[in-house]
Design a protein around this ligand. Sequence first.
Ligand code: C2O
Ligand code: CU
Ligand code: CU
Length: 489
Amino acid sequence: MKSRRSFLALSGAAAAEAALLAYGMRSRPATAEAGALAPAQQPPQARAAGVRKNLTGEPFGVAMPVPRVLRPTRTTSDTDYYDVDIREADVEILPGTTTRVYSYDGQYPGPTIRARTGRQVKVRYRNQLPDETNVHLHGGHTPADSDGHPMALIAPGGYRDYTYPNRQQGTTLWYHAHGHGTEAEQVYRGLHGFYLIEDDRERNLRLPSGKYDVPILLRNIALDPDTGELILSDPNDRPIVQVNGKPQPHFSVAARKYRFRLLNASDHATFTLTLPSGQLVQVGSDGGLLPAPVTRSQVTISAGERVDLVVDFSRFPIGTQLFLNEAAAGAILRFDVTRHADDDSRLPAQLRALPALPPATVQRDVTLSFNLDPDNTAGLINGKPYDPDRVDFTVKRGTTEIWQVSNGDVEFGIQHNFHLHLVQFRVLDRNGQPPAADDRGLKDTVPIGPGESVRLQATFTDYLGEYVYHCHVLAHASFGMMAQLNIVE
Ligand code: C2O
Ligand code: CU
Ligand code: CU
């Protein structure tokens, strides 16, 4: 015990990193994201200023792309059918440089699927990659056999059909790769896209819609400036912040209201965002609309989370430039107010009441931590690394439960992001305090700082079977920080 303690104290995160690297190398070289244990607090972007200047060419020189909306291959009275190829693609991330990525349909980020509450979507994903993969609809209330369980993989050359009933309210979801041990690498290589659910009640509120409803995927990467290759090694050293696939783009807007649906698809990075002069008005979070709009001076969005915003550009003269600022990276996106446009959208004072909280009958404790023993390094939940053959919790369908989720990694200051499949939950409190603005609304992912503890309440309805919960720092999940529940009758 004494020697282990002093090993940790003396060599700290660096030794743990080396241990993790060895661990990853043994099983799967490309997931050896060794920096998993480097202090999460260290913002990778902090070191980026010099690098970025050389890497991205003219700042704000390129337009921010908006991922195209996928067209159904066929529709029936109750179902939209889609086909998506999962394949490698060469994309231009840095001007004049080609980067090989993994993609959905050759798009980076992937195409957006627009679904409607109560109307079924079926997607056939064809795997044209050299590796096994699968697809998970993050935040989706989905039958177990379509959830993208980490062991339910699509072989190279094969396909799988996923069914999404969309029995949940309108919100911003995303789809991404989720094979056990490969999820961190494959999402980093580009396997991520938006899945937006709309419903009639939400449409009747008349929030900005159509081309004024814009999903924005944020993530950080590292590239080799000479070859354009993605650098896989250290998730804590990814200095380039991409906004819908481009570093430091501009987005030309009309002087009117917009809805921006932000997603952080990074592995490690948490982004803290500001816009000048009180323009950040939050209308929704992971699982749908908030009861009322909330004006935020800043929003913090950790890996896996979504924040739904309305920004009103109408009070700015044509020619105004506004910068979306990230605390560590600086300006990551420039809005250029270039024109007038009609605006019949609204920002109502009331949006949608949250569902009532039924009384909870089950309490559970969940602790996320690392085993830092160099011979045995692994991500743990309640002391155990993920075992697909083990059921960690058995849940009776229909039950409302309270989970107290804690981060046990205090010594190295490692943040974990707790994510639960199948359900949207509510944060009851954080360290015993009522939820602050970032924790409000329906949530499926919450950051938990070292030593912190969050109480969540969830009701498990509809579907039976096995679902996972895990740290959404995907490198941590790849190292075992995942567990599963079985929902039974
Ligand atoms: Cu975003 Cu289990 O995933
Ligand atoms: Cu998920
Ligand atoms: Cu973690």
